[in-house]
Design a protein around this ligand. Structure first.
Ligand code: NAD
Ligand code: 2ZO
Length: 545
């Protein structure tokens, strides 16, 4: 399978016929490649996602992957149902890996690491570029699987998949440039440094960006010559294994990127395993602390990408139209389930009425509904308990004195198949104070808390008055103020006159309890490699003894 990079996949006549038939019937049936008629058996196995619609997907194939193939779970007794957020229907079972399976996956990764780490950066890059190309080619089927599993809108999922292949492409570009330093020493002696891989790295993911997180972790790891065992969230087990298959198809050695399914117990087995050199974790602060503790026992390196409660500061001299768009982007992507969301929106008092009027008007018209539809802008929350938690935060906010300007309720779309979906109408809260729970805690739902402020000093102090430090944002036309505010905000990212843009060239990560280490950008190479110093004596040994 070697097509020129970025060449579109050639359509076969049958493909076109089947696609148009499928669109006409608007239903999902099992297709066998090359067949001219559709079988009457409802789908679905993973390779046939192309036109999948909400409520139609059932995933039955094994979701573990090591040794270059999908692996059936050894024991199904701890199996958990995984729900499709838009319908509340069971999508598949998540069957956690036990000790023996985790050990097999890690050993498989180690044997691949021994081969992969001996390749040159150019050789690794070629394979990674091929993986990026395949993801690009299969963007829509991966995005559809992601939507079925996560509930976000197809438009956003497509962007997530694009970011994933861009990330792999970016680190493929960096792989050949990894190099050390040459240091001259007296008498012709010298030293040099080598940037070497760490070995087997573990990636543990959250459920909000399942495929993208797997790419953000594996791309720099593989570029540096490591192997990876990745554990997705038990709520989103479906798409990481697609990435594993794509890496395999691109030509990585069997075992280089592996997927084990499971929750806390499986995560613990990974963190404790003696053959693991590093754990890169994305998730909540409490779990991050546990991961760090477990990794500390084996003195393993750790990257922690944790939660946030980020401030977005809107000064009265801003370009208001952009500030409003920025506030919407800062709060409502992925149903508000985004770690770096700017959920504390500080608005300078003089422009508060115009800001609120416009932001509420636009929030009310956000189309919430079937996430597979191109027109939908907000899908369903990840789970019923999570939806209830978000609604609980809104109820508590009202009790504490906040005023709901719009949304904040369970939403039941008119389409009957979505009646049990986990939809919440996007919510804007006014009359907020810094001491309210909705302003202090990460809600991880479509809830924007708006807070008035008067001066720059005051807002900086309030913006920084949090244990989190993932992201921040400022809207102003005053260039000096923008950079001054960026300098003084205690956060790993500060967006000036925009929010939630995430090019893969740009490092991403937290300050304070939002974690440490970085993903994306050149700097992440340092988190997936170690530096060896080689000292070369050209003369005789001078001994004191
Ligand atoms: N900073 C970032 O880049 C980023 C990105 C996405 C999500 N998040 C954060 O993630 C959180 C939401 O995700 P979540 O609910 O999946 O988080 P979570 O902490 O509950 O779970 C994250 C992952 O950790 C695993 N896990 C749970 N207990 C474990 C243990 N004891 N040992 C090892 N692994 C364990 C889970 O199975 C899951 O794969 C939010 O706080 C959000 O802000 C951060
Ligand atoms: C919204 N961004 C910029 C893609 C970041 C997503 C990171 C994870 O929640």
């Amino acid at each position: 399978r070697r097509r020129p990079s970025f060449a579109p996949r050639p359509h076969k006549a049958n493909d076109l016929l089947l696609c148009s038939k499928q669109l006409l019937l608007k239903s999902i049936f099992c297709m066998v490649p090359g067949q001219t008629r559709m079988a009457q058996q409802p789908l679905l196995s993973l390779p046939e996602f192309h036109n999948v619609s909400t409520g139609a997907l059932v995933v039955t194939e094994p979701l573990n992957f090591w040794g270059g193939a999908r692996v059936k779970p050894k024991d199904t007794k701890n199996s958990e149902p995984v729900y499709e957020p838009a319908t509340g229907r069971v999508l598949c079972d998540m069957i956690p890996c036990g000790e023996e399976e985790v050990d097999e996956a890690i050993k498989s990764a180690h044997s691949a690491y021994l081969k992969w780490s001996k390749l040159s950066g150019m050789e690794r890059a070629r394979i990674m570029l091929e993986a990026a190309r395949i993801i690009r080619e299969r963007r829509d089927e991966i995005a559809r699987a992601e939507v079925a599993n996560n509930g976000k809108s197809i438009t956003e999922a497509q962007v997530d998949i694009d970011v994933a292949w861009q990330c792999i492409e970016y680190y493929a570009g960096i792989a050949p440039t990894l190099s050390g330093q040459h240091i001259q020493l007296p008498g012709g002696s010298f030293a040099y440094t080598r940037r070497e891989p760490l070995g087997v790295c573990v990636g543990i993911g959250a459920w909000n960006y399942p495929f993208q997180i797997a790419a953000w972790k594996s791309a720099p790891a593989l570029a540096c010559g490591n192997a990876m065992v990745f554990k997705p969230s038990p709520m989103t087990p479906v798409t990481a294994v697609m990435l594993a298959e794509i890496y395999k198809e691109a030509g990585v050695p069997d075992g280089l990127f592996n997927v084990v399914q499971g929750g806390a117990e499986t995560g613990g087995l990974l963190c404790h395993h003696p053959m693991v050199a590093k754990v890169s974790f994305t998730g909540s602060v409490p779990t991050g602390k546990k991961v760090m503790e477990m990794a500390a026992k084996g003195v393993k390196q750790v990257t922690l990408e944790l939660g946030g409660k980020s401030p977005l500061i809107i000064f009265k001299d801003c370009e208001l139209e952009n500030a409003i768009k920025g506030a919407l982007m800062a709060n409502f992507l992925t149903q508000g389930e985004v770690c770096c969301n700017g959920t504390r929106v500080f608005v300078q008092r003089e422009i508060m009425p115009q800001f609120l009027e416009e932001v509420v008007k636009r929030t009310k018209v956000i189309s919430v509904g079937d996430p597979m539809c191109e027109e939908t802008r907000m899908g369903a929350l990840i789970s019923k308990p999570h939806m209830e938690k978000v609604l609980g935060f809104i109820k508590q906010a009202k009790e504490q004195g906040a005023k709901v300007l719009c949304g904040g309720e369970r939403f039941v779309p008119s389409d009957p198949k979505l009646k049990d979906g986990y939809f919440v109408s996007p919510c804007v809260l006014d009359n907020c104070r810094d001491d309210m729970t909705c302003v202090k805690e990460e809600i991880f739902g479509p809830v924007m808390s708006v807070l008035p402020f008067d001066t720059e000093d005051e807002v900086l102090q309030r913006a920084n008055n949090t244990t989190f430090g993932l992201a921040s944002g400022v809207f102003t036309r005053d260039i000096a103020r923008a950079h001054r505010v960026a300098e003084n905000l205690q956060a790993g990212t500060c967006y000036i006159n925009n929010y939630n843009v995430g090019p893969v060239e740009v490092p991403f990560g937290g300050y304070k309890m939002s974690g440490f280490g970085r993903e994306n950008g050149q700097v992440t190479i340092e988190y997936y490699s170690q530096l060896k110093t080689v000292v070369v004596e050209m003369g005789d040994v001078e001994s004191f003894f």
